[in-house]
Ligand binder design. Structure first.
Ligand code: G6P
Length: 607
């Protein structure tokens, strides 16, 4: 999400850090900052916005030093402000930290540190790291970093410098990418190879739990306080590939990030033992939410399909009558709302004009408005009464993939939240939470089948019409599968509820028009099988998305992609992954401009 870079060597650090951060620009960011050490003194620079022509300032007399760290921020905790930009420091402004990741327990840690007399300047989770290092500092920086990290729950890729121990950079990693660059008389640390590739191609991948100490004349990597032996690898990608993490397209990179997006959306929000979820963004409206008796969910495109799945979840598990609409339709309808209505707006960007218009309409009617948004500080997040961030990281490909997974995860958390305020038992709450916790691993298992999915997509590359069918929770997944395929491949695809086939679409089925049938073993499985048979009877080909262990399906389907078993309500989070991969590989086999499909925009800010 955020970009990190650090330099220690014999050259001036500022131009190296500046150009490194610029090369991570493609990821998107809202603010940035640097800290340099020179003669034991620190100079700190932070700005909101994009890096532009500020080089002179850095290269001027105030920002010199051959040691430095830099950061480009994509806000997750705390708004986009100069105070919240990294590096963050301790009370005495002696320790400076840049961080990528989420400190789950930062609120508790912050409260404790404030009691102990620490003074905070930002709203971020990262600042607690700087104060913890200050608290534990005795002899050297790495010792204090090691102790501070023991108090932290969550993820981090971080780089730390200090005027108290000024000849080094200390870096550490836990579930957030971090690499060390080994140059000639210089060492770098970065969250992304694109940031350092022009200085060195020799890198070390830091593993979870490792702490690296970089000095001008050498480096060492510690694991559990002992020196770890690491291999130096050579990057053979070019810059363009490096930006995409070695993948050919951002879309594929983002699909491969789907398991960690689910994890990040849940991080610090599950209270497993009580079967509850903690959603800080809803605390201010907690009591109002107890009183609501109907919900309207609104979104556009992929976000609308996530909302539709939210509708099924909320009705089944929270017992709240819910309806879903598309932003562009809702804004011109006559919504029947009352004081007990809550409206939930789902949007990756938080800037989609039709969704915002619907939000303003609901606000004008005095309805409680909530947002499920990826972009911190976006119009939607500012204008809703309360909300939950999806923390999916910047999504670059125009067609939304990983953000959809973040939205589904948050909607399932909101379902538990509202359900537990009502009739949902602790047992049901615990059950959903324990199944949710398994989902990231199950999602990783699906991604391991990417080569088989690629083969299936290539097998059908000459087809020009596709149907996607699903029922109940997987009906919106059929819609999403079809949307994804047409967006990136420009081939006609339609999604529909399996039960609707007989009301018209069956007339179009023949051997040239394959159907992707999402038919996990769930409460509507038998019904899906009847629909599949209707298609087979008309010589239609079937690609089935089925539950592992269902061998019967192989007798009627032409191709089968298996997904692991989970709770019915959570199946869409898994079943959509093969469809994202299918759309990607199908479009790739047709050599389409996958990340920037023709006629489409990432964020549609006009009506
Ligand atoms: C555009 C994008 C879609 C996205 C939709 C809604 O059409 O191309 O991928 O689903 O907008 O965007 P939002 O930012 O509101 O989720």
């Amino acid at each position: 999400m955020c970009g990190i870079i650090g330099y220690i060597g014999t050259k001036e650090a500022s131009p190296i850090l500046l150009s490194g951060l610029k090369r991570m620009e493609y990821r998107g960011y809202d603010s940035y900052g640097f800290c340099f050490l020179n003669d034991g003194k620190a100079s700190l620079f932070k700005r909101v916005g994009k890096i532009d022509n500020t080089e002179k300032e850095f290269l001027g007399k105030d920002f010199v030093g051959q040691i430095g760290i830099g950061h480009s921020r994509w806000a997750t905790t705390g708004l986009v402000t100069q105070e919240n930009a990294h590096p963050h420091c301790d009370c005495k402004k002696e320790i400076f930290v840049v961080h990528n990741g989420i400190v789950e327990n930062y609120k508790e840690l912050k409260a404790k540190l404030i009691k102990e007399g620490h003074i905070f300047e930002s709203e971020t989770d990262t600042e607690v790291i700087a104060h913890l290092i200050e608290k534990y500092y005795v002899n050297n920086l790495e010792g204090a970093v090691g102790k501070a990290l023991r108090d932290i729950r969550g993820t981090y890729g971080l780089a730390v410098i200090s005027t108290k121990d000024p000849e080094k950079i200390v870096a550490a990693r836990m579930s957030s990418p971090l690499i060390i660059g080994v140059g000639v008389d210089e060492f770098l640390v970065a969250s992304d190879p694109s940031a350092i590739i022009t200085r060195t191609r020799q890198i070390i991948n830091l593993d979870d739990g490792e702490i690296a100490i970089l000095k001008k004349d050498g480096f060492c990597i510690l694991k559990e306080e002992k020196e770890a032996q690491k291999n130096i690898e050579t990057i053979d990608w070019d810059i363009e590939q490096a930006e995409k993490g070695g993948y050919e397209h951002f879309m594929l990179k983002e699909i491969m990030e789907e398991p960690s997006v689910i994890e990040d959306a849940m991080r610090g929000r599950l209270l497993e033992d009580e079967g509850l979820v903690k959603l800080g963004g809803l605390e201010s409206v907690q009591d109002q939410l107890r009183k609501i008796d109907n919900i309207t969910l609104i979104g556009c495109g992929t976000a609308h399909y996530a909302a539709k799945i939210g509708e099924y979840m909320l009705e089944e598990y929270a017992n709240i009558p819910t309806l879903t609409d598309i932003g562009s339709e809702f804004r011109y309808r006559k919504p029947i709302v009352n004081k007990s209505t809550a409206a939930i707006f789902v949007s990756q960007s938080g800037e989609t004009a039709d969704t915002l218009a619907a939000l303003r309409e609901m606000k004008a009617k005095g309805v409680l408005t909530l947002g499920v948004t990826n972009v911190v500080g976006s119009s939607q997040s500012r204008e809703t009464d309360a909300g939950v961030y999806t923390r999916s990281g910047p999504e670059i490909a125009v067609a939304s993939t990983k953000a959809f997974l973040g939205q589904l995860t948050i909607l399932s958390l909101i379902t538990i939240y509202l359900g537990r305020q009502r009739d949902m038992s602790i047992v049901t709450g615990k059950r959903i939470i324990s199944e949710l916790m398994k989902i990231p691993e199950l999602a990783r298992e699906i991604l391991k089948q990417k080569n088989e999915i690629k083969k299936i997509a290539e097998k059908y590359k000459n087809c020009r019409d596709f149907w996607f069918i699903g029922r109940k929770y997987n009906y919106p997944i059929a819609l999403e599968g079809a949307l994804k395929l047409k967006e990136v491949s420009y081939v006609h695809a339609e999604g529909l509820a399996g039960g609707e086939l007989k009301h018209g679409p069956l007339a179009l089925i023949d051997e040239n028009c394959p159907t992707i049938a999402i038919c996990p073993t769930d409460s509507v499985y038998e019904k899906m099988i009847s629909n599949i048979e209707e298609i087979k009877a008309r010589k239609g080909k079937i690609i089935a998305i089925a539950t592992v262990g269902n061998e019967e399906i192989e007798k009627i389907a032409d191709d089968v992609i298996y997904i692991p078993k989970t709770l019915e309500m959570l199946t869409p989070i898994l079943s959509v992954i093969p469809l994202h991969l299918f759309a990607y590989y199908f479009a790739d086999s047709l050599d389409r401009d996958i990340d920037k499909p023709k006629n489409l925009a990432k964020s549609v800010t006009v009506e």
